[in-house]
Design a protein around this ligand. Structure first.
Ligand code: AMP
Length: 574
């Protein structure tokens, strides 16, 4: 195995990457670095994220920069703002000891003026998303006349995102004599077209096999009736207590709905999709990256910028029509030498897709049955017991409290204490699974109607599963994030409209409605204070959560009865 020195990397960069912990070059680096340093040929590298590809192109690019010539010499194009920032950040790290090198990330959704100012001062390397770069070229603030190396990173993603024409246009502004590198996780036809059009006799490097998913990813699927998909999702998530996962949905709407439902059912979940503002997306991604969020529900496009190495599970809430997307999704787990699991929840009609994907990734799926309630409870229980065993006890902090705690519990046997601790944590889960119908796998059509009616009952129980804290009642209100409500405004709003000070407990804000908890004894007062109120022309609905979770038909009657047109309009204060 070679070293970075043997690959021709200069000492300044060797020192920087050694400090980053790079001891040996990764395979893609061994292949690409010498080629790019020698400037011999165009390169197509089939490599997934996580293979070390950024350093493979980043290191030689930095090394080849002529610092004295302060104009763009290398252009790196990538699909998203997040990837753009990440590549620029990585290049800055690798060049920590290369004096005066200027690297600029250029991406949409942030101030173009400050990018223009930096460009005017001069840069050596531009890392850009295609749309913003075109904008800057048109404003004549960027000239690509001196670019000798261009990198297309995640080229397949750029095409998926519709950047094909932009890439054509950008390449037309560059000198003919330039070398080009194309990195892609997959090799769809459109990429081959680009390579034929713009590359001369490219050298093709494949890290892993062509079109193959990551080696250390297991592929599992669960088959359920379409209507049972959400219930199945909950069971799967419950079955893996330490999951740190991404749930992929097909549309923005579905993404939001699934995230809302999970949150409502007490899961640590949030959504990431294109209907959110950039600031909201950044916030959710940071939360997930920092492990302050366990489940990220995302669309493929929005998740593209997210680069997290330790995702344990990918869940496909249905399979994508484009199977290349499956490869991308599953490639988000099993990274950096870790193992990962890619789970697909499919309905009967999608079975054929499994066979096709198996061919594409050259791996077999394991078919699994949806975990039964008792198995889930057992798994959660042992995980909890394991945590009790391993928890780090802060002796110093709790020392002074222990004597009184021991005194209070001294009448209990050790076994009773354990039973109580476990019950505290598990009663809700055990109750839920005792009542919930098991989800049967779809089989012969004669059983279908029986199963469907079962499923409906399950769904209903499912929505009611989030219980209020002890002594509190959980209320529903028909305003949510869409109405720019946040916990502070909601608390203010309630207190402005209810007589006396109402202490407010847990708040769950969803897209178009929310839940909040108030002490049981004031719940009726809060509900009646809002009865018949309007915000402009919209009727406000505040009611006990269990009433709001009635099936649609009953709910309508309930609303008509409680908030019928006969009620005189009362204006809410807000
Ligand atoms: P990438 O495929 O560029 O996203 O890189 C995946 C991860 O591998 C990143 O966290 C890099 O910092 C890390 N990495 C890249 N090259 C090496 C190396 N030679 N040794 C150890 N880690 C590396």
């Amino acid at each position: 195995m070679s070293t970075f020195q043997e690959l021709g990397v200069i000492p300044e960069i060797q020192q920087a990457i050694a400090e980053l912990g790079f001891e040996q070059p990764m395979p893609v680096q061994t292949e690409v670095i010498p080629q790019l340093l020698a400037n011999t040929r165009d390169i197509i590298a089939l490599a997934q994220t996580g293979t070390g590809k950024t350093a493979a192109f980043g290191i030689p690019i930095i090394q080849k920069i002529n610092i004295k010539q302060l104009s763009p010499q290398t252009l790196i194009l990538c699909p998203t703002r997040e990837l753009c920032l990440q590549i620029a950040g990585d290049l800055t790290d690798y060049s920590a000891y290369v004096e005066d090198i200027k690297i600029l990330p250029v991406y949409g959704g942030s101030s173009i003026e400050s990018q223009i100012r930096t460009l005017k001062r001069g840069v050596h390397i531009i890392v850009a998303t295609p749309g913003r770069l075109i904008d800057l070229i048109k404003r004549k603030t960027v000239s690509l006349g001196n670019v000798h190396t261009v990198v297309l990173d995640e080229a397949d993603e750029m095409l998926n995102m519709g950047f094909s024409e932009n890439i054509d246009e950008i390449l037309s502004y560059m000198p003919e004599e330039r070398s080009m590198l194309l990195f892609s996780a997959t090799m769809p036809r459109e990429i081959e077209k680009i390579t034929r059009k713009y590359m001369r006799d490219p050298m093709e490097i494949t890290i892993g096999r062509k079109n193959e998913g990551a080696q250390n990813v297991r592929h599992i699927y669960f088959m359920v009736h379409a209507k049972d998909k959400y219930l199945a999702l909950k069971r799967i998530v419950d079955y893996y207590p330490n999951i740190y996962g991404i749930i992929f949905c097909r549309t923005r709407k579905e993404t939001q709905e699934i995230a809302d439902k999970l949150l409502q059912d007490g899961y640590d979940a949030d959504s990431l999709h294109g209907d959110l503002s950039q600031a909201q997306r950044d916030f959710v991604m940071a939360k997930y990256r920092n492990h302050n969020l366990q489940l990220l529900v995302a669309t493929d496009v929005a998740a593209r910028g997210l680069d997290v190495d330790d995702v344990t599970h990918i869940i496909n809430f249905g399979l994508p029509d484009d199977f290349e997307i499956y490869t991308h999704r599953s490639g988000r787990t099993g990274r950096a030498g870790k193992t990962g699991t890619s789970i697909s929840i499919i309905h009967t009609k999608e079975k054929g897709k499994i066979t096709q994907i198996e061919k594409l990734i050259n791996k077999q799926f394991e078919k699994r049955e949806i975990p039964k309630g008792d198995v889930i409870c057992e798994k959660q229980l042992f995980n909890f017991v394991d945590k009790i065993e391993k928890v780090k006890v802060n002796e110093a902090e709790i020392e002074r409290l222990l004597p009184s705690i021991f005194r209070k519990l001294e009448w209990l046997e050790k076994e009773d204490v354990i039973k109580r601790i476990v019950s505290l944590e598990f009663n809700r889960l055990i109750d839920y699974y005792q009542q919930a119908e098991e989800i049967d796998e779809p089989q012969e059509s004669s059983r279908r109607s029986r199963e469907e009616s079962r499923g409906k009952r399950g769904e209903r129980q499912d929505n009611g599963s989030r219980k209020a804290e002890k002594g509190y009642a959980r209320l529903f209100i028909n305003v949510g994030k869409m109405d720019n409500v946040n916990p502070a405004t909601l608390m203010g709003f309630i207190n402005d409209n209810v007589k006396g000070k109402v202490p407010i407990g847990r708040i769950d804000l969803l897209k178009s409605f929310s839940f909040f908890e108030v002490p049981e004894e004031v719940a009726n007062k809060v509900v009646s204070s809002f009865r018949g109120m309007y915000i402009e022309d919209r009727k406000l609905v505040v009611q006990l959560a269990q009433d709001a979770e009635r099936p649609e038909r009953d709910k309508k009657k309930f609303f008509e009865k409680e908030y019928g047109k006969k009620n005189k309009k009362k204006k809410a204060r807000y």
